[in-house]
Ligand binder design. Structure first.
Ligand code: BG6
Length: 508
């Protein structure tokens, strides 16, 4: 497959204009360096402004969006945190400069930085006293003029979601043209997700709610839709007649990196599988939507979740890396999974009998983000097995690497040159790096914040979707198998290979 080098966005991808441009308040700025819609005026409030996510992703991402000409003409960004972490405006600007310098691909310099910095302020808030934030929002709106939208990004620990939502409701900040981005994990089981949805819906209409999963903002995850639905080549074989298994494999070499407070209460299944891997599965398994607008796209994803069978604990491996219990902040004798592998089934016409294997974990042998679709063998074995330099049973795989910048490989057998009919493994490859200019690429968070301002919910999780994913997880959450120890730097406990047998992990 030789890759096209056209810079035209794939027709109908959520990044292309139609879905987003229809959103109220969207306007196309002539001076933008990019094509694509640009949001109307906004006040953006970052709750958790001095936290880890704002430091590594959100402040650098907003600066990158500003430099790319994708933020509104008129905008303000207000950092917020509880009063004990309050900063002055000047301290927040200095903090932002430091983290942008460290984490953004564009350095905070010159008029671009001065311009961005002039839009920053800080407003502390607690449920008891939201007044500094209320004043900061009023000042920002006055500076912008007119009636800007308000975007609240809850980059706070999940335990704080409800109190921040309550604060927005009781302070009057939720009134008017407001949108709220809620981080993950959204709940920790079905009951808590329902409770959180009820708390959110007491203040916001579902159309204002953007449950974020940054995997869905990754170019290569979105490209799954283009790969499947913009080509006539792949969709006809995208089903149980041709596909033998699907793997979604996201191992990480990282440990918990000082996040014990969050991680020990969460574990790999909630942190990665519920949040990210099921969303990717939704894109892989969905039926063709009638369009890529939010409603049909999320309807089709929802149907996949409806078709998911409840997780069978006999098809789950929970692992914990040796030494985890000695990490600072981890509870003694903790049973938290730092790695999980699970086999799930999508019980519908297209996927009946095709296992979906999901794996993710910390301190594993490599950091990769891969989808692998393994195809059935041809019906007739006319090529003698001893003349292959590859094992039979592993011939055709489509391998989608969705770590930025991303690639897609198709693995197949070919005749080796020479007098004999001898086969060798080979591949056709598309790589974003080689085929498209990367200058326009946005990180997952950048793309999603932009879509939220445009009112485009297509890449955000809907209330019923997240509840259903928790629902099918109940058997595992209520009766988890014991964790099995694995050596840091390995691929997990040996039972991970048994889970998938007679198939094999693409990464092993
Ligand atoms: C986060 C998880 O959501 O995703 C982390 O909380 C994980 O544990 C991270 O490391 C992986 O995402 P990415 O795409 O930034 O590598």
């Amino acid at each position: 497959m030789s890759a096209q080098t056209s810079e035209t966005p794939a027709a109908g991808t959520p990044s292309a204009a139609p879905a987003a441009a229809a959103a109220p308040g969207a306007s196309v700025a002539a001076e933008s360096r990019r094509t694509g819609p640009r949001p109307g005026s906004y006040v953006i409030v970052l709750f958790g402004a001095t936290g880890d996510l704002a430091k590594r992703k959100l402040l650098p991402g907003l600066y990158h969006l500003a430099c790319a000409g994708l933020l509104p003409d008129k905008y303000r960004i207000i950092g917020s945190a509880p009063p004990e972490y309050a900063l002055s405006d000047a301290e927040f600007v200095a903090y932002a400069e430091k983290v942008v310098d460290r984490y953004c691909r564009i350095k905070p310099m010159g008029s671009s930085w001065d311009e961005f910095a002039s839009r920053l302020s800080f407003g502390a808030a607690s449920p008891q006293d939201p007044s500094p934030l209320v004043s900061a929002v009023e000042a920002a709106e006055k500076a912008i003029g007119g009636q800007p939208g308000r975007l609240y990004h809850l980059a706070v620990p999940p335990t704080a979601f409800e109190s921040v939502i309550g604060l927005l409701g009781s302070s009057g900040l939720a009134k008017g043209d407001t949108k709220v981005i809620i981080e993950k994990p959204f709940g920790e089981d079905l009951a808590s997700a329902r409770e959180l949805n009820a708390a959110v819906h007491a203040v916001f209409d579902e159309s204002q709610v953007f449950r974020i999963d940054h995997f869905l903002g990754k170019e290569s995850v979105d490209n799954i839709l283009a790969f499947r639905f913009a080509n006539g080549l792949f969709e006809p074989i995208w089903n149980r007649d041709h596909i033998r298994y699907v793997q979604i494999d996201v191992p990480e070499t990282l440990s918990i990196e000082g996040r014990a407070g969050f991680y020990d209460a969460t574990g790999a299944y909630r942190d990665m599988v519920v949040t990210h891997l099921f969303q990717v599965l939704g894109f892989l398994a969905m039926e063709p939507p009638t369009s890529l607008e939010a409603r049909p796209l999320r309807d089709e994803k929802g149907k996949v979740f409806d078709a998911l069978r409840p997780v069978d604990v006999r098809h789950v491996v929970r692992g914990q890396y040796t030494g985890y219990r000695s990490e600072p902040g981890v509870r003694p004798g903790s049973d938290t999974d730092t790695m999980v592998a699970v086999r799930v089934e999508v019980e519908n016409w297209r996927w009946h009998g095709v296992p979906f294997y999901l794996r993710s974990g910390k301190c594993l042998a490599a950091s990769r983000q891969l989808v692998t679709l393994g195809f059935r063998e041809p019906p007739l074995r006319m090529f003698p097995a001893h003349r292959h330099d590859v094992p039979m049973g592993r011939v055709n795989e489509i391998v989608i690497d969705f770590a930025d910048p991303g690639s897609i490989k198709i693995e197949f057998l070919a005749k080796k040159p020479g007098p004999e009919m001898t086969l060798g493994a080979t591949e056709m490859k598309f790589s974003y790096d080689d085929s498209f200019a990367q200058a326009n690429a946005l990180e997952g968070y950048e793309r999603l914040i932009l879509l939220a301002m445009l009112g485009d919910q297509s890449l955000f999780t809907r209330a019923d979707g997240i509840e259903r994913v928790w629902e099918i997880s109940e058997p595992l959450l209520t009766a988890p198998p014991p964790v099995e120890e694995y050596a840091p730097g390995s691929w997990g406990p040996a039972s991970v290979d048994r889970l998938i047998a007679p198939n094999r992990w693409y990464l092993h």
